[in-house]
Ligand binder design. Sequence first.
Ligand code: OAD
Ligand code: ZN
Length: 251
Amino acid sequence: MDRISDRIRKAAEIIAKAKHAVVFTGAGISAESGIPTFRGKGGLWEKYDPEEVASISGFMRNPRAFWEFSKDLLVKVKAEPNDAHKAIAELEEMGIVKAVITQNVDMLHQRAGSKKVLELHGSMSYVDCLKCGAIYVWEDIEKIIDNPACKNCGSELLKPRVVFFGEPLPSGILSEAMEESRKCDVFIAIGTSLVVYPAAHLPFMAKDHGAKLILINAEPTDKDYLFDVVIHDKAAPTMKKILEKVKELRG
Ligand code: OAD
Ligand code: ZN
């Protein structure tokens, strides 16, 4: 059995040679920024029923349940990007990473400096009142969480521009993500349980088109077998080490 340090070196060697790397992230990459994951140890779905708080029918029935849940989801509304987000932004600057595909709605990739971010599940940056069309922005979130009612019309149907279960993914973003996954030579998945579709199809597409696949996730997934390098460890310290090695190798 090789050691984690060997796997980190192997991952760095693959990334250093990449011409078009794509990064695919999930909740686990933001765990070290203080944002809880959905599944895995201590995940939000141990405490909440996703059907009630994260499905579109649940939301239409009781939008307040979603906003109660977002107190936990966004415990740290002021969460900062961590070393993993920053390493990815730096790899983009170095011309290695060409796109970040994320299932997260926390906007931490952009705040770390990533330019090309495909948000498959939308983001919390805007909230729409489904009754009167008023639009709220990220800076209003804390007030909405305190009192989820439209200031303009009083409706409680304040829907963030995130994809709820039972809603389609934004089709333009999904097709771009699929195209990136097909054309990349290296596909790096970080902090995702790889169980939610259609996002979880992306590593299969990359594999089918000949990319090398790297996985960094705290716990094993049922798709570990797809990956050429699997590192079961935390995203932030691992990505920091990988970035250092890539820089060494690139000289
Ligand atoms: P999950 O919560 O399903 O998976 C997060 C993974 O990150 C787990 O396998 C953890 O073991 C791992 N993890 C935890 N801490 C970590 C750390 N510090 N470093 C690395 N890995 C860590 O999150 P997603 O795969 O993003 O969708 O979930 C996919 C979708 O399911 C979400 O976008 C959301 C959710 O329901 C919608 O709401 C539509
Ligand atoms: Zn309104």
